[in-house]
Design a protein around this ligand. Structure first.
Ligand code: ME8
Length: 443
C-alpha cells in the first residue's frame, strides 16, 4: 500500500487579509493531514499564497505599494493565520519565491517544446477578480454591467497578443481520464458539472498576458507574463522541488493524493491542471475535492454586507479547537453551509461541553482520584465492556472509508454517537460502586 499522502490547500491571493472561508479550507485540509498521520501515513501538507497577476498588481497599486512589498505584508498575515489555526503544514509556499519561478519556467519550456503552446491573439472577456477568461455565453449584464454568470464578478474586454495552450486537443483524453478515475473529482455532483463542461467543448486557453508585468516572464518572450493560473497551479509541484526528478519529495509525494479546494476554483483544478500535466507528460493528481461555501447568516460574506467573520476575532473569543470542530461539524462537507456566532456557542455547549467534555471530565476525575492518572491493565471484560469496545473497533474500516472519501460528516456523527454511548456506559456501569466491590482490581 502507498504510505505517502500529499494534501494541499489552495494557495490564497494576498489581495486582502484572510477571512473565515480561507480558514475553512485550511482547517479541513489540516483535519485530513492529521488523520492520515495518525493512520501511519507519511504526510506532506502544503499551503501558501498566490502572489502574481493583475489582481495583485491592482490591489498593490490601490494601496500605493510595490507589488512585492504588498505581497510580503499580506502573505505574512496568511502565514500568521496558519499558526493561529494550529495547522500542521509541512511547508508554506509563496509564488514569488525563486524555487517556484524556476519550476514554472521549466514547465512552460516543456509545454512549448512539446508544441502544446502557440502564439496568437486573445479577444474576449476577462475577470481580474477571478483571474479567469470567460466565453460570451458565460457573461450576463446586470445593472448595465457585464458580469460572469458563474462567479458574479465583473468582467472587462481584453484584446491582446497571447500564447495559447492547446486545451481543445485534451478534451477526449480528459474525458477518458475522468472515466478511468471515477474518484478523481469529488463530490459526485461536482464531477458531473465538470464532465458536462468538458463535453460541451473546450477551446484553447490563453496562457499569457501582455498588458501588465507582475508575473513570471515567458522565457522565450519577455513581453509576456505567464497566466497566473498556470503559474499558481504549479505550486503543487514546485514545493516538491520539481523539476528535480530524483528529489525524494517529488518521488514520494507526486502525484498529489488530494487537492482540497473551494468549488469556485474547480475548473482550474479539474480541467486545466490535469490537461497541463498530461500535455507535459506528468501524472495528474489523484483527487480534487471541491468543498462548498461558508455563508455568514445564510449570505455570502462580503465587505459591502459587513458580514465577514474574522477568524482571528472568533478564535480570540472562543479558542481555536472549538472553531475547528464547529466548522467541520456544522457545514455538510461539499455543500454550502451557514455559520453564526450563536450556533457556534450552542455547538460548544452541546457537543463539546456536554457530550465530549462531560465524558473527559468524569473519566479523568475518576481516574485521577482512584488510579493516579494511570490506565489500569484490562482483563475480565464483561459483556457491556465488550459491547462499548466493539462500537469503536468494529467501525475502524468504515471510518477510514469515510475519511478517504472526504466524508467528514459521517465521521463526526460516528464520533458523537460513540461519545454518547461511552457516557451512557459510564453511567450504567457505575464504576464508583465497582471500586467498592473489587478494590483490588483497580488499585
Ligand atoms: O482562488 N467559503 O485564491 P483565493 C469557503 N489563488 N471557502 C472559501 C470562501 C468561502 N466563503 N472564500 C474563500 C484563489 N474560500 C487562487 C487559488 S490554487 C492553485 C490558486 C477558500 O484567495 C476556498 O478554498 O480567492 C477557495 O477556493 C479559496 O479560498 C480561494 O481563495
Amino acid at each position: 500500500m502507498d504510505k505517502n499522502f500529499y494534501i494541499t490547500t489552495p494557495i490564497y491571493y494576498p489581495s486582502a487579509k484572510p477571512h473565515m472561508g480561507h480558514a475553512y479550507s485550511s482547517i479541513a485540509a489540516d483535519f485530513f493531514a492529521r488523520f492520515k498521520r495518525l493512520q501511519g501515513f507519511n504526510v506532506f501538507f502544503l499551503t501558501g499564497t498566490d502572489e502574481h497577476g493583475q489582481k495583485i498588481q491592482r490591489a498593490a497599486k490601490e494601496n500605493n505599494k510595490e507589488p512585492q512589498v504588498f505581497c510580503d505584508e499580506i502573505s505574512k498575515t496568511f502565514f500568521n493565520l496558519s499558526k493561529t489555526l494550529n495547522l500542521s503544514n509541512d511547508d508554506f509556499i509563496r509564488t514569488t519565491e525563486k524555487r517556484h519561478k524556476s519550476a514554472v519556467t521549466h514547465l512552460w519550456n516543456i509545454l512549448e517544446k512539446k508544441n502544446e503552446i502557440y502564439l496568437s491573439k486573445y479577444s474576449g472577456w476577462y475577470s481580474v477578480s477571478d483571474e479567469a477568461f470567460y466565453n460570451d455565453d458565460e457573461i450576463e449584464e446586470i445593472n448595465g454591467k457585464k458580469v460572469s454568470k458563474i462567479s458574479g464578478s465583473s468582467v472587462e474586454w481584453v484584446e491582446e497578443e497571447s500564447y495559447f495552450f492547446k486545451l481543445s486537443k485534451w478534451q477526449d483524453p480528459l474525458l477518458k481520464f475522468y472515466t478511468e478515475n471515477p474518484n478523481f473529482i469529488l463530490p459526485e455532483s461536482r464531477r458531473n458539472e465538470v464532465i458536462s463542461f468538458v463535453k460541451s467543448g473546450l477551446k484553447d486557453l490563453s496562457v499569457s498576458r501582455k498588458s501588465f508585468s507582475w508575473g513570471i516572464k515567458v522565457p522565450s518572450n519577455k513581453e509576456h507574463v505567464i497566466y497566473v493560473w498556470l503559474d499558481a497551479l504549479t505550486n503543487y509541484l514546485s514545493a516538491l522541488n520539481y523539476p528535480s526528478t530524483e528529489d525524494p519529495l517529488l518521488k514520494n509525494f507526486w502525484p498529489a493524493s488530494l487537492h482540497l479546494i473551494g468549488k469556485d476554483i474547480l475548473r482550474f483544478h479539474a480541467v486545466y491542471w490535469p490537461a497541463f500535466l498530461l500535455a507535459a507528460g506528468i501524472d495528474p493528481p489523484k483527487r480534487v475535492y471541491g468543498h462548498g461555501w461558508i455563508l455568514s447568516n445564510d449570505e455570502k460574506m462580503s465587505k459591502s454586507k459587513g458580514n465577514i467573520l474574522d477568524p482571528i476575532e472568533i478564535i480570540g473569543k472562543y479558542g481555536i479547537d472549538p472553531l475547528r470542530y464547529y466548522l467541520l461539524k456544522e457545514v455538510s462537507f461539499g455543500n454550502d453551509g451557514s455559520i453564526s456566532k450563536e450556533k457556534l456557542e450552542s455547538c460548544i455547549n452541546s457537543d463539546l461541553a456536554n457530550n465530549y467534555g462531560n465524558l473527559c471530565q468524569r473519566v479523568i476525575a475518576f481516574n485521577e482520584k482512584n488510579l493516579n492518572l494511570k490506565v489500569p491493565e484490562s482483563y475480565n471484560f464483561n459483556e457491556e465492556d465488550k459491547k462499548i469496545l466493539q462500537i469503536f473497533s468494529s467501525k475502524y474500516n468504515q471510518i477510514i472509508e469515510f475519511i478517504d472519501h472526504q466524508d467528514i460528516n459521517n465521521y463526526i456523527n460516528f464520533i458523537q454517537d460513540g461519545l454518547f454511548s461511552a457516557n451512557k456506559y459510564f453511567n450504567d456501569q457505575e464504576p464508583w460502586n465497582k471500586k467498592k466491590i473489587k478494590t483490588g482490581l483497580i488499585q
